[in-house]
Write a protein that binds this ligand. Structure first.
Ligand code: FEO
Ligand code: CA
Ligand code: CA
Ligand code: CA
Length: 742
């Protein structure tokens, strides 16, 4: 018996860093040389004032100022954004901060209740046994159970069998299951069958039933929820016709420019229009028309590639390598390709996870299987027979989540996205079609209208606080067959190898872009940059103004251990604009790490490694953490924050000597710890009901026995449902007695 080592077991911790370019860093290196030249000339380098001397005065742009935090919501937004009433954002956070905790249990702010619901293995239909600690439920039964590692989610209000953004009594809770903890899921641990041919299939063979269980534990759950009879919180509607699992073996369709491309032709579909499975679904999003957007992040980890470089062109090899799949790659320990083929229930059940060239053409093997993952995928939770649509126009990369900008009639729909790997990029997609409120409730048909035709852009952040978007369009700006690193012969190739296209456009390498969220008040866009141990450590990722920290904390190597949150304002407030102005909203840091605590966090609000990020419809920003650097002091957490806007702070200089600009300092009124998860967990996935009375969050990979079944001890990922003890609105106390009189 082999047990997964730590790296294999915690696939979410494995972060790929296959970006070989010297993009930003090329600029940075030039600047360093210039700086050195200045010094040689007797200059002292740039002062902070000079550094931002060219920064446009964002705070003074038309319609906005640092004191103007009136919602920018229009009539359109009131229709499209799920919220009821006209609740304004609290002016201050009045709840008592939750202290640091490393306990086995979770803790939530006083006056609130946090309950575990829908843990791994929960049946969605009657007739199958509840989860048992012996883990002997059949692999097939997971087609009807909650999967593992709950992640991004959304609550869809439902009324009269249809999406209703204002409905709270009844709804569909839709959520991702990002990956599996193999050793905890199998009845046998991480079992490897002795096999004399094992070496030829990369190390070892796994049991067919274990792999099948793991495949079925990935994907998405759709669960109908109804308000409990006491009026507070929700319960699952067992056997609801909406209850559904979509897994890594569910049929999915390609739409947009990559549909039918040679790059996604496989033995399963030699025409390149379909594939099986949605995989490693991480963050999530809502579409303005009321469907669920799920993302495919660390799909690299379930694939394997043998020795086939000599049978592929230089271009084909470069495309694989840019996404981490180099020759002789065996994935992250899942080894889904290894069970005995005789045990396969459908053709290619296991061999499909091996991308090695073994057949005469792409129609004879799964050399392109890898290319069929990594897409923004749309699901209509209200149509239980609908097929997930991989919206290829939004590019292929390690998608974290997807956030749309407030929609306006007659304007394009804009989606923001991050590629979560060290030194990867931030993107936005601008639709060709112009928004119409009549598409709300339009399901996948509306999705085709807004997501299949449009332009993907990648962000370039300049050190002076400005930034620009570069379009990923075949034939423009060198994205053609003459591109040396990876020739592009069409738009399908630009999108499947979006990372390589973004390289060629000089995109800025970021400290692992995780969730994106757009403020409903200012329209500004926020992105968590969770951490990056390579920053300032590896030649190609030196510190820059946007990723300005590299330090040694708590006995670790240098790098950016604690992360930060960047934000920007699109020029003129137009989300389709080609330029923007940015600053760093908040630097995460232990409060006692003085040199790094540039946002002046204190015991009530210090945190590390921001990941999940969600503006609720009032404009309260919820920040979740996935940390490994400060967990000796506190487990991962959820904080509430009331941000201002770009340029509301001041210039600052990091301990690495980089000048940048940080937002208003933290204080007990504008950011506060609301919840701390159980030891060992990650806090992720967040959604609020339209009446603001229930907040759902997810807990991944808890330690100890958190989430265990009655009498059992296996810790299980689960959803946590947070309500106010008095049934009132979440953060209602923040409005205070005077608010109700205004
Ligand atoms: Fe699945 Fe980047 O977190
Ligand atoms: Ca995770
Ligand atoms: Ca994440
Ligand atoms: Ca993370």
């Amino acid at each position: 018996m082999t047990v997964l080592n730590e790296t294999q077991n915690l696939a979410h911790e494995v972060v790929e860093d296959s970006n070989p370019t010297n993009n930003t860093d090329f600029q940075t290196i030039i600047k360093r040389r210039l700086n050195r030249r200045n010094i040689l000339k007797g200059g002292t380098g740039l002062t902070a004032a000079a550094f931002f001397g060219t920064l446009p005065l964002v705070g003074c742009r038309v319609g906005g100022s640092s004191n103007n935090l009136n919602p920018i919501t229009t009539t359109d937004n009131n229709v499209a954004i799920p919220a009821i009433g006209d609740l304004k954002r609290p002016e201050t956070l009045r709840f008592t901060a939750v202290p640091h905790s490393t306990a086995e249990t979770m803790s939530v702010a006083e006056g609130y209740k946090a309950e575990i619901i829908l843990p791994l293995g929960t049946p969605l239909i009657s007739g199958i046994e509840n989860w048992k600690d012996n883990r002997e439920q059949s692999a097939e039964s997971f087609d009807w159970r909650m999967g593992d590692n709950h992640d991004g989610m959304w609550f869809f209000g439902k009324k009269d069998s249809a999406y209703d953004a204002k409905a709270s009594d009844n709804g569909l809770l839709v959520m991702n299951h990002e990956y599996v903890n193999s050793a905890e899921l199998s009845p046998f641990g991480y079992f490897v069958t002795p096999d004399k041919d094992a070496e030829t299939i990369y190390q070892s063979r796994r049991l067919a039933s274990d792999v099948r269980r793991e495949v079925n534990c990935h994907g998405v759950s759709v669960v109908e929820m109804t308000r409990r009879s006491d009026g507070v919180g929700y319960e699952m509607v067992l056997n609801s016709k909406y209850n559904r699992r979509l897994t890594s073996s569910t049929l999915a369709t390609f739409t947009g420019p990559v549909a039918g491309s040679d790059l996604v032709k496989t033995k399963f579909d030699p025409t390149g229009y379909q594939t099986r499975g949605i995989n490693n679904n991480c963050g999530a999003g809502l579409s303005p028309w009321g469907t669920y957007l799920t993302t495919e992040e660390n799909f690299l980890g379930v694939f394997a590639r043998g020795q086939d470089a000599s049978q592929l062109s230089a271009t084909q090899n470069a495309g694989r390598a840019r996404y981490g799949a180099t020759e002789d790659f065996s994935g992250w320990g899942y080894l889904w390709h290894t069970p005995d083929a005789k045990e396969a229930k459908v053709a290619d059940e296991f061999s499909r996870w091996d991308m090695t060239v073994v057949g005469a053409t792409a129609a004879d093997d799964y050399r392109n299987g890898f290319n069929t993952f990594g897409f923004m995928t749309e699901i209509d939770p209200f149509d239980q027979n609908s097929v997930p649509q991989k919206r290829t126009a939004l590019g292929r990369f390690a998608h974290e989540n997807c956030a749309y900008a407030p929609v306006e009639s007659g304007k394009p729909v804009v989606f923001y996205m991050g590629d979560d790997a060290r030194g990867e990029y931030i993107y936005k997609f601008v639709s060709n079609a112009l928004w119409s409120n009549s598409d709300i409730g339009g399901g996948l048909k509306a999705g085709s209208k807004y997501m299949d035709e449009g332009t993907l852009h990648v962000a370039i952040f300049n050190d002076d606080g400005s930034g620009k978007w570069q379009p990923l369009i075949h034939g423009q700006n060198g994205l053609d067959a003459a591109n040396s690193a990876l020739p592009f012969n069409g738009q399908d190739e630009v999108l499947v190898f979006a990372r390589a296209a973004a390289d060629a456009l000089g995109a800025t390498k970021m400290d692992r872009p995780e969730w994106v969220s757009v403020s409903p008040i200012t329209g500004e866009v926020y992105v968590t940059l969770t951490n990056n141990k390579l920053r300032g450590e590896r030649e190609d990722q030196p510190v820059s103004a946007t990723n300005p920290r590299s330090y040694q904390a708590r006995g670790k190597d240098r790098g950016n251990d604690n992360g930060h949150i960047i934000r920007w304002a699109e020029t003129g407030g137009d989300h389709a604009a080609m330029s923007f102005e940015w600053d760093i909203y908040l630097f995460a840091s232990p409060s006692d790490l003085a040199a790094e605590n540039l946002s002046k966090l204190n015991d009530n609000n210090d945190f590390s490694s921001p990941d999940g990020l969600y503006f609720d419809p009032r404009g309260v920003l919820w920040i979740q953490t996935d940390d490994g650097a400060y967990t000796d002091t506190s487990s991962c957490m959820l904080l509430a924050a009331l941000p201002g806007n770009v340029s509301d702070g001041a210039p600052t200089v990091t301990s690495a000597g980089r000048q940048t600009r940080v937002g208003t300092f933290a204080n007990n009124d504008n950011i506060k710890r609301f919840f701390v998860g159980p030891e060992g967990c990650e806090v992720t996935g967040i959604t609020m009901t339209p009446d603001f009375k229930t907040l759902f969050i997810n807990i991944q990979h808890p330690g100890n026995t958190w989430g265990a079944a009655d009498g059992g001890s296996t810790p299980r990922s689960a959803t946590v449902m947070i309500t106010k003890e008095d049934g009132d609105v979440i953060l209602a106390e923040s409005f205070g007695p005077s608010a109700s009189t205004t």
